[in-house]
Design a binder for this molecule. Structure first.
Ligand code: HEC
Length: 175
């Protein structure tokens, strides 16, 4: 009997360790993606960074849905559909998880170039483009959701409604 208990305890520890390993394998720190609180239909991590929220029935938060649309109007031509990357530009579903939020922002605002004899890799600056800047958090959370596979490929079928606060912010930003 004693042996059995020890065995059970051991397998419990093993399964906990395994869950931990799954996160480690994809190198995603849960604190980076887990929604700790929401505000007016938007979700944030415990560090106050924007993140996604997917309910059990697949309903996504409005910003994730909006990000899906904006990504596919402004970014996918170079970065490939659904953040998968292309021969020309990196897979942003990975970048959104691996890059610091502020670095991610900085590259989009200011652009980035690697131009030399063997390569010509140019990320344009979008800082003056309201169709990107007013939705950059949406694009960012959508890409994070793609990076963890919380959102499957394709258009999310169910979404939370757009809140009045989000609509007001959008109007103020677009000017
Ligand atoms: C004209 C093509 C093009 C478009 C459009 C474009 N990008 Fe890029 N982007 C690139 C290239 C090329 C790079 C790699 C730049 C380098 O080599 O430094 C890049 C790099 C980035 C990076 C850095 C990724 C990393 O892992 O280092 C981010 C973030 C990014 N783009 C976001 C965006 C977003 C968001 C949009 C849409 C609003 C967008 N890009 C639209 C071409 C593009």
């Amino acid at each position: 009997m004693q042996d059995l208990k020890i065995l059970c305890a051991a397998s419990l520890i093993a399964s906990v360790a395994f869950t931990g390993a799954a996160w480690a394998e994809s190198e995603v720190d849960p604190a980076l993606v887990e929604a700790a609180y929401s505000e007016d239909g938007k979700y944030f991590t415990e560090d106050d960074l924007p993140t996604y929220k997917v309910q059990e029935d697949g309903t996504v938060d409005w910003p994730t849905y909006s990000g899906f649309r904006r990504y596919h109007s402004e970014c996918h031509v170079c970065h490939g559909p659904e953040g998968e990357g292309s021969t020309y530009a990196p897979a942003l579903k990975k970048s959104a998880l691996e890059m610091d939020y502020y670095d991610f922002y900085d590259v989009v605002v200011n652009g980035r170039e690697r131009v030399n004899a063997s390569e010509q890799s140019v990320m344009p600056a979008f800082g003056d483009n309201p169709n990107v800047m007013c939705y950059l958090n949406d694009i960012y959370v959508y890409l994070k959701a793609r990076g963890t596979d919380a959102v499957a490929r394709g258009r999310p079928r169910k979404k939370e409604p757009k809140t009045d606060a989000i609509r007001e912010e959008e109007n103020a930003c677009l000017g």
